[in-house]
Design a protein around this ligand. Structure first.
Ligand SMILES: O=C(O)CCC(=O)C(=O)O
Length: 288
């Protein structure tokens, strides 16, 4: 008899599992669902602070670029600048201790420091078709090969329940470890990150995934993506240009650093100093 094993994402819980256990599953599967990453109150605060922008955001792509549009999703709302738009994002998501713990372990071996790649709302509206399968690290092709060092880690937070019907992220467990990244995933290798609001699906930049189809009549799927990238690579989002000077001044050093108010200083590990102003850190409130 030929037994077919359905792909699964393991489910852990911040209430019962340690960072070490999360890292162990990530290394094996390339992705893991973690329940209770955000409390119900934090989810409610994020939604309250971001719902006005979510409601005002246009459905579907805004750009003239056909590659961007292909990626975006005809029924998807997206927006960034989350640290400006939500204090709760800055305090509870941008510096989430589990995500910084994962990044410290997996990215720090390849850099002096990492920074935010992007913080992004991804709201799949009813009727949304499945997105094409991709690896987040495809942004930096030379860093997305079976043998390149890991350059990015990501988390998709559920700000509403993620169900198979409303577009829960599709994931191919184990695809980070494939020896051939040109290979397409078959349907029987794909699972979905079905999870209650407040959970996060943490995944590696090398793991194949995509937004699922929203087959419901009226239920929007609220996803919030946060990713970090090696500090010597250019992130997707220009974090420090997306917040006002007044807001940035209220942030801690760690929040400022993740948004790019810093120089990347690898001089202690035989590297250079990048992203400088007059050879120094990028300051909050540049004096002209
Ligand atoms: O919305 C999702 O579930 C995933 C979207 C995604 O992977 C992306 O747009 O990069």
């Amino acid at each position: 008899m030929n037994i077919v094993h359905a792909p699964v994402l393991q489910v852990l819980d911040t209430k019962h599992n340690s960072l070490a256990e999360i890292l162990e599953v990530l290394a094996q599967d390339g992705g893991v669902i973690v329940h209770n990453m955000l409390s119900p109150q934090i989810v409610a605060n994020l939604r309250n602070e971001l719902d006005p922008t979510s409601e005002a955001a246009a459905v579907g792509p805004k750009s003239e670029n056909k590659n961007v549009n292909y990626f975006w999703g005809q029924q998807t709302k997206r927006f960034t600048r989350l640290a400006q738009r939500s204090q709760t994002f800055a305090d509870e998501v941008l510096i989430h201790p589990i995500l910084t713990g994962v990044a410290d372990e997996l990215l720090k071996p390849h850099c002096a420091s990492y920074w935010m790649n992007t913080g992004q709302m991804m709201i799949v509206m009813p009727g949304g078709a499945p997105q094409y399968m991709h690896r987040d690290s495809d942004d930096w092709p030379a860093m997305c090969t079976p043998t390149s060092p890991l350059c990015q880690i990501s988390c998709m937070f559920a700000l509403s329940d993620f169900t198979a019907e409303n577009g829960a992220t599709r994931v191919v467990p184990g695809s980070h470890a494939w020896s051939d990244y040109s290979r397409q995933a078959t349907e029987d290798e794909i699972t979905q990150a079905v999870m209650p609001a407040g959970s996060g699906m943490i995944y590696l930049g090398k793991t194949l995934h995509s937004a699922g189809a929203n087959k419901t009549e009226s239920e929007a799927r609220y996803g919030m993506h946060l990713s970090y990238v090696l500090g010597w690579l250019t992130p997707e989002e220009a974090g420090c240009l997306g917040v006002t000077e007044d807001r940035a001044k209220t942030f801690t050093k760690q929040q400022q650093q993740l948004l790019g108010y810093r120089c990347y200083d690898a001089s202690d590990i035989n590297g250079g100093r990048l992203w400088t102003v007059d050879y120094e850190d990028v300051p909050v409130g540049l004096k002209w």
